[in-house]
Structures are given as structure tokens and as C-alpha cells.
Design a protein around this ligand. Structure first.
Ligand SMILES: [Zn+2]
Length: 285
């Protein structure tokens, strides 16, 4: 049993390395990520199989909103479907980690962050030798929207999340989830929640060549008033997954001491907030 950090104030790396491989959502190819300990703060990535690949530090400014997932633009390279891996890293409290990647995307595993949490648990958590990067400070509330979708961040003692989703499909409907996040609560209540999609989309996306690797074993698929592949891991698994995505999209900027409330969120809206938080962090002395 791993003992997770109590909060997000410490500096933590891995005790050893751990690897996961699987099918990439977009390419349908086998892809592999090795998580390694690091003594430098931040999330670093390298491609050991290509010569002269220097480790790069991941930054919020590299995030691109692409259909279905979050992609990082790293010079010549792109790294797609990073959000569940980054959610697991930040959600578990890791502040220093090095990712060795084979391929141009991160394996989807079961559509949740569970596999990455298990990899982190396998490697163990160890105190890092250098301090973690500062968390974003919030003096004033932030409110952003895209159409009727809204995200707000208001100053608070700790990182608190409130998510609300509202879908016309009766199997989902209106769901809400609120929690004060800690690594332990992330692992127990958020990490296992899987991606969800809709039956109509699956055929369209497949036809467009976008989800070669997408199958009924790595996403919950909703067909109006029922799920094609029950059982759910939580009755409100979809809204928990939305919070998982939000955590992943904030991972590179750090968790603000704020209550973040998101109504009908999307990766685009989450990354809008991350960009504002990153600007405020840069403004810190
Ligand atoms: Zn997701």
C-alpha cells in the first residue's frame, strides 16, 4: 500500500520507474510511456528512441485543444491524449517526474487515470531533492465562458472542485460533484472514472479516422436512456470524469488555492483557465 501525500504542498517524485503501454486512441498503434524519478521540478518528457532528444519541460503554453483530447505541441513533435496521465501525476501529488515516451500519443488504457495511478503506486512516492514549483496564487476571482459553458475560480484555502454537467440523454442527465481535492480522494473518487461518449459519435469518429483505438473497453458509450457497456464504476461517473479532465488540464500550471467551479466544461474551457492562471503565476516575483 502506498501512502499518498496529505496535500499538494510537498515536493514528491517516484521511488522507482514504472511503465505502461497500450493502444493510442488516434493512431491505433501500440504506444508506451515509462514514468521515471526526477530531481528537477516539473514534468519532463523525452523520446529515448530518437537520437539527440533532450528532455523537455512541459509548460502550459504547449497545450493545444484538439478534438477529443488535449495535445501538447513540443517543437517539431506532438504528444496527444496527455490529460489522464497528467491528471494522475498531479492528482497523486507528484511534482518531479520524467516521462519517456515511445510514439506520438499516450496510451488510453481503460479511458480513466486508474492505470497511471497503479503505475505510480507500483513505483512508490519519494520526497524530491528540490522544492516544487510555486502554485498559482489567486487574489481576485476569475470567470470565463465559452457560450453557455462557464468556469470560475475563486480564492479558497485549498483546491476545491465543483463540477456540473447537463445532458439531454436520460442516462446522464444532470450530475454534480464537489470535493476538496487531496491525493487520497483523487485516487479513490476521481481517477477510476472513465471517458464517455455517444453511440452516434462513435460511428462518425471512426469513419473520420479519429478513434482507431476507441472501443467499448476504453470508453463508456451512452445510447440515450442506457449505457451500451455497463456497469458504471460510480452512479455519477460522467461528472467525475469531467473533473478528472479538468485536473489534467490544470496539471502543468499547478493547482490554485481556489474553488474551481465548472458548468458544462470542455478541454477548451479548462485550458482557457489554465492560461489565465499561468499568466498570473508569471507575474509572481
Ligand atoms: Zn478524459
Amino acid at each position: 500500500m502506498v501512502s499518498w501525500p496529505d496535500d499538494y504542498d510537498g515536493a514528491w517524485t517516484l521511488g522507482a520507474s514504472a511503465q505502461r503501454s497500450g493502444i493510442g486512441l488516434h493512431s491505433g498503434q501500440q504506444v508506451c510511456v515509462t514514468l521515471q524519478p526526477s530531481q528537477r521540478p516539473g514534468v519532463w518528457v523525452s523520446w529515448p528512441s530518437s537520437e539527440g532528444s533532450e528532455p523537455l519541460r512541459l509548460k502550459p503554453s504547449q497545450v493545444r485543444d484538439s478534438p477529443l483530447c488535449t495535445t501538447l505541441e513540443l517543437g517539431e513533435r506532438r504528444l496527444a491524449t496527455v490529460e489522464h496521465l497528467l491528471a494522475a501525476v498531479a492528482g497523486c501529488g507528484l511534482t518531479h517526474v520524467h516521462l519517456e515516451v515511445e510514439g506520438s500519443e499516450v496510451p488510453l488504457l481503460d479511458g480513466s487515470a486508474q492505470g497511471w495511478v497503479e503505475a505510480i503506486a507500483e513505483a512508490g512516492m519519494a520526497p524530491a531533492a528540490t522544492p516544487a514549483s510555486a502554485r498559482p496564487q489567486l487574489q481576485q476571482p476569475i470567470a470565463l465562458h465559452r457560450g453557455s459553458s462557464v468556469i470560475t475560480a475563486t480564492p479558497a484555502e485549498q483546491f476545491m472542485l465543483v463540477g456540473v454537467i447537463d445532458f439531454p440523454q436520460p442516462a446522464i442527465g444532470r450530475q454534480q460533484c464537489a470535493l476538496a481535492l487531496t491525493p487520497e480522494r483523487f485516487v479513490a473518487e476521481i481517477a477510476p472514472a472513465r471517458t464517455f461518449g455517444f453511440r452516434e459519435q462513435v460511428d462518425q469518429l471512426r469513419a473520420a479516422g479519429l478513434i482507431q483505438g476507441g472501443a467499448l473497453d476504453n470508453a463508456l458509450v451512452c445510447d440515450g436512456d442506457h449505457w451500451l457497456n455497463p456497469p458504471l464504476r460510480y452512479p455519477d461517473e460522467p461528472v467525475r470524469h469531467k473533473l478528472l479532465d479538468l485536473i489534467g488540464d490544470l496539471a502543468l500550471v499547478g493547482f490554485p488555492r481556489a474553488q474551481v467551479l465548472v458548468y458544462r466544461g470542455s478541454h477548451g474551457l479548462h485550458t482557457d483557465l489554465a492560461a489565465v492562471l499561468a499568466d498570473r503565476s508569471d507575474a509572481q516575483p
